[in-house]
Structure formats: structure tokens, C-alpha cells
Design a protein around this ligand. Sequence first.
Ligand code: AR6
Length: 180
Amino acid sequence: MNALRIELQKGDITKLHVDAIVNAANTSLLGGGGVDGAIHRASGKAILEECIRIRSKQGGCAVGEAVITTAGNMPARFVIHTVGPVWSKNNTGADALLCNAYQNSLQLAVDNNVKTIAFPNISTGIYSFPKDKAAEIAIRTVKDFLSSNNQIEKVIFVCFDEENYGIYEKLLNSKTMSLL
Ligand code: AR6
């Protein structure tokens, strides 16, 4: 059952003992605020150095794409850096780009033999994506992916704020979502 492979936690993603944590980065890959800032602080210099190397090869990371580095001083083995869309009122393609960010992170995880992976609530902080809509996209995309992939054993949604936690709790327990 896919639902059993999905877990919800509240707290700081940098502390998790999983194979990979996902970072809500920006296209520069050079760090920023929010969870990106927390991950760079917790990792030490290693991640920034690897991100600079990736930049020099491919010039950053496009919205919806993902790249992978080690995790420096954090307990995880890898950080998968993805870039969510900035929310805009006319929402041109933002839903699809958010879906891509989850999908490409999961695919990169599979390519690197990751079995346990934790996601923050991508785009719902500085990028202002509506939290309920973002949660629906995140949960639907992860469930779809898990239904056609057996390698990933656990996906953890890590909510830092109470509001996101409440939204995920409700959606993950709702009948409509569990049918997806
Ligand atoms: N652990 C888990 N979740 C966290 C943590 C943490 N330690 N800290 C914050 N969050 P944001 P975005 C949650 O703003 O909206 C950066 O400057 C936070 O509560 O980190 O995708 C990047 O460089 C929110 O729910 O990312 C980009 O420029 C979620 O993480 C830009 O922000 C995402 O909020 C990306 O904006």
C-alpha cells in the first residue's frame, strides 16, 4: 500500500536520519533563506562547494529540475536540491512545475539508490505558493510515483509550521486522497 510508505512529521528536516533530504533551493544553487538556509548552515561548507561545481558544469538548476549533493555534517547521506515555482496570481504553469519538482527529486533519488527520502513543503514559504494547493500536488505526485516504483520505501513529508502540518494531516487522512 502506498499510503503506508508515506509518513508525516513536524520539525526540522536537517535532523532527519534518512537517505536523502530534499532542499527547496533557488536556480542559483548558492543558498538562501528558509529551509535552504537551514540546510546550508547544518551541512557545513561541503554542500556549497558541490553546488558551485554543479553550477560550473550546468549553470544552476532550472525550476522543476533537481540536482544531488552529499549532505555534509547532517545525518542524511544526500541532499536533493530542487527548485519550486514562485507563486503568481495567474499561475502560469506553476502547478505543473511544482509537480515536476517532486517527480524529478524522486527520480534522482531512485537513480542514486535512495530508499528513504524527506521533503519540505516546497514553494510554500518565500515563494508563497498556497499551502493547501501545494500539499495536494505534493501528495498526489508522491502517490503516483510510488504506485509505479517499489524502490522507495519511505517518503516523509516534513512540516515546519503548524498550518502545513494541519493541512497534510487532513489530506493524508481524507478518503478522497487515499483513493488517489
Ligand atoms: N525544516 C523543514 N522545513 C522548513 C525548515 C526546516 N529547517 N525551515 C523552513 N521550512 P522556503 P520556498 C519550511 O521559504 O518557498 C530560499 O531563500 C517552511 O516553513 O524555505 O520554496 C531559497 O533559496 C516552508 O513550509 O522555500 C529560495 O530562494 C517550506 O520549508 C526560496 O527560499 C518552504 O519554505 C524558496 O522558497
